[in-house]
Design a protein around this ligand. Sequence first.
Ligand code: ADP
Ligand code: MG
Length: 303
Amino acid sequence: MKFDFLSESDQAYFIHKASTLVEALPYIRQHSGKNIVIKYGGHAMGDNILSQKFSKDIGLLKEVGINPIVVHGGGPQIGEMLKKKNIDTNFVEGLRVTDIKTVKIVEDVLSNVINRRIVNDINLTGGKAVSLVGNQNNLIEATKLKKTVRDNDSNIEKILDLGFVGEPVKINTSIIEQSIQKGHIPVIAPLGIDKDGNTYNINADTAAGAIAGALKANKLLLLTDVAGILNENKKLISTLSFNDAKNIINEEYVLGGMKPKISTCIDAIEKGVLQATILDGRISHALILELFTEHGIGTQIYS
Ligand code: ADP
Ligand code: MG
C-alpha cells in the first residue's frame, strides 16, 4: 500500500508502529483475563512525566482485558518526611527499622499521600483505580517480622528487632477480587495489621509478592531504579532460573533493597506465580516493553 500524502520515512514510522501492535497480540492473548501484580517503586515514581506514562500503561493493560494490581512503595518520600520531622532512620538488609513514631509517618505517607496520588493519576488517564490500604479491612494480615542474622566472627545467630516491620501472613484476596470484578484497578498500600490491631510497615516488594502469590498471578513485575539484577561486573543478568535465584541472593554483589526483591520473586514463584521480573521503572513505558514485546527487559526469574 502507498500513502501518497506521507513521506517515505513517515510511512516507515507508521508501519513500524503497526507491527508493534501486531507483535503485542499474542502477549495480550496470553495475559487477557489474568492478574498481573506490579510493584511501583518509591524510586521509580519520583518523576512526573514517567508517572503519567506509568498510569497510561496501567490503563492500557486494563483496556485489553488484563487485570493490573498495583502495589506501591514510598521509600524516598517516607525518608523525606522523616527528615523533615528530624527522625533518624536506618536500614538493615534493605528493610527500614520502624519504631512507633516512624510507623505512624509511614502509614500517613503511604495511605494519604502516595496511594491517593497514584489513584488520582490513573483516574486522570481515564482508568478506574481504587485505593486499598493493607491495614484496613484486614486486607493484609501481618505479624512482626522475625529476622535473624549470623554474626560473621562468632557464627552466632542474632535476632534482629526491626520494630514495626511486618511480614504478611494472609492476604484477603476477596477484597481485591471484588474490585477487579467491578472493573476497577486496585492500588494497594503495603501496610499490615496483626491480631491485636498493630499496624506494620511491610516492604512493598514483599507485599507485592505475597499478593501475587495469593492471587496466583500470571506475572509479578517489580519496577525499580536499576536495569535489573546486576552481576559482579555490573552487567545485567537477563534471565535466572528459580534455583539460580536462590543461590544468587547470598552473593556479595547483591545488597540492600535488591535482597528483598529477589527473595520476593522466589517466594512468589513457589506460590505459583509463573514469572517474576525485576525491571527498570525509569524507562518510558517499561511495562509495555516488558509485557508486549519480544525483547522484554530487566531480569526475568522463571520457575
Ligand atoms: P525500590 O525503591 O525500587 O525498592 P531499593 O533501593 O529498595 O529500590 O532497591 C534497589 C537498589 O538495590 C538499587 O538501586 C541498587 O542500589 C541496589 N542493589 C544492590 N545490589 C544490587 C544488584 N546486584 N543489582 C542491582 N541493584 C542492586
Ligand atoms: Mg526497596
